[in-house]
Design a protein around this ligand. Sequence first.
Ligand code: ADP
Ligand code: MG
Length: 238
Amino acid sequence: MSELVLSGVTKSFGGAEVIKGVDLAIEKGEFVVFVGPSGCGKSTLLRMIAGLESVSGGTIAIGGRAVTDAEPWDRGIAMVFQSYALYPHMTVAENMGFALRLQGVPPAERRKAVEQAARILQIEPLLDRKPAQLSGGQRQRVAIGRAIVRQPRVFLFDEPLSNLDAELRVQTRIEIARLHRQLGATMIYVTHDQVEAMTLADRIVVLRGGRIEQVGRPTDLYDDPDNAFVAGFIGSPK
Ligand code: ADP
Ligand code: MG
């Protein structure tokens, strides 16, 4: 059974259909990258999986359960945003434990989960700081830590590195790859960066105008793109 299944998913804003029928099954532990030009619908698709955007048509199932209309907190997902979206008045530890607090997890247990995630990301010395006292790279680690604490079935990343400078982008990318191996988690990662897609993905989904243009392993897309659009996007010489 696939971990995440999208069946005939569509989305319209006003009269305009921006997601035009997406069918996709993602297996447990897979790292899947959505790529495509600006405006092709990457974020909208991810936000529908997260429950931050309703679907206009079709269904979404996670872990064998229909979640098409479920609340975001009730889907077994955690999302990491490009903007980090940390609460400025809370410490790092409070930010990371906030979702557990909402779920009524007792403080001691929360603290344990936060410390464990902090250890994985090597941000233990930052736990008592406020977001304003962190660098961009540290904030992004906290945002990733907050996702880990929730132990989601599926991690969703929307261009998580795009606000970081080049060196930090590489470091954080390597960190995310390590996390994927260490946690064995299912991850969906949106980017418009070819290098990120080629290095991180088990499979790449190339989107164009709200449709899937091609899906495949990075090497397969590179060696055998279906068309010039995919070739251009993957950086294939074909
Ligand atoms: P991407 O992340 O690939 O750049 P988006 O998913 O953000 O693309 O956007 C896909 C299309 O949907 C774009 O044409 C965008 O303008 C439109 N869109 C996204 N969100 C909204 C919204 N809340 N209201 C109206 N149109 C939207
Ligand atoms: Mg986007």
